[in-house]
Write a protein that binds this ligand. Sequence first.
Ligand code: CTP
Ligand code: CA
Length: 224
Amino acid sequence: IVAFFQPKLLQGKRVVVTAGPTFEPIDPVRGITNLSSGKMGFALARAAADCGADVRLIAGPTALETPWGVVREDVQTAQQMYELALSAASGADVFIAVAAVADWRVAHVSPGKIKKTGDGLPPALEFVENPDILATVAHLPEPPFCVGFAAETDDLDNNAAAKRVRKNVPLLIGNLGPDAFGREDNEVVLYDEHGVTRLPRADKTALARELIAVIAGRLPRGLF
Ligand code: CTP
Ligand code: CA
């Protein structure tokens, strides 16, 4: 019903969203991950579809249902998300990176379960950095309109503004975490080349609609 009344701001546009955490295995029974319910990313995917977009949602492990009309692909690791996102982003109009991507993966995943040695010494794990999905997409020769998210624990304004420039994205949406995680509402700040816009706390569904309208308003106009 909501979709029916929604202005079709993204009719014919191809939108790619990454959402949820990634999970990086240590061995067959363990891994490292990030805090992310996926709610904000799924809400954005849904809001974009309601606005008439063709939406591909690349999701790490979450407990959420696929929004109606959205094509969803599930992944586990950052590497898998990177590969799918890169192929989906070429030819897309909008790329929204909401996923809480693990910054590091374990260099050598053990094929068998790592056992305690009995001497009280933990295993020495070696980590390697994962590729930056958003920065890679945003540095493509003809990138889609790229939107990043950043949860910071300190100095949101400086960290988010610097991150926007470093990743080469026109719009970065920040929130002072980690209290946003798993909640139904969120309070965000928009960073773009003009500066800073603070949005009032809102339900993630309503916020997603508002953000999609902001994004739609910044896309290059077609001929019609
Ligand atoms: N991101 C990504 N790929 C990564 C890491 C982050 O696509 N490997 C995206 C996230 O989806 C988010 C944005 O980049 O949209 C910012 O993520 P964040 O973790 O805040 O940025 P980092 O560059 O990883 O910086 P930090 O050291 O603060 O974690
Ligand atoms: Ca990170």
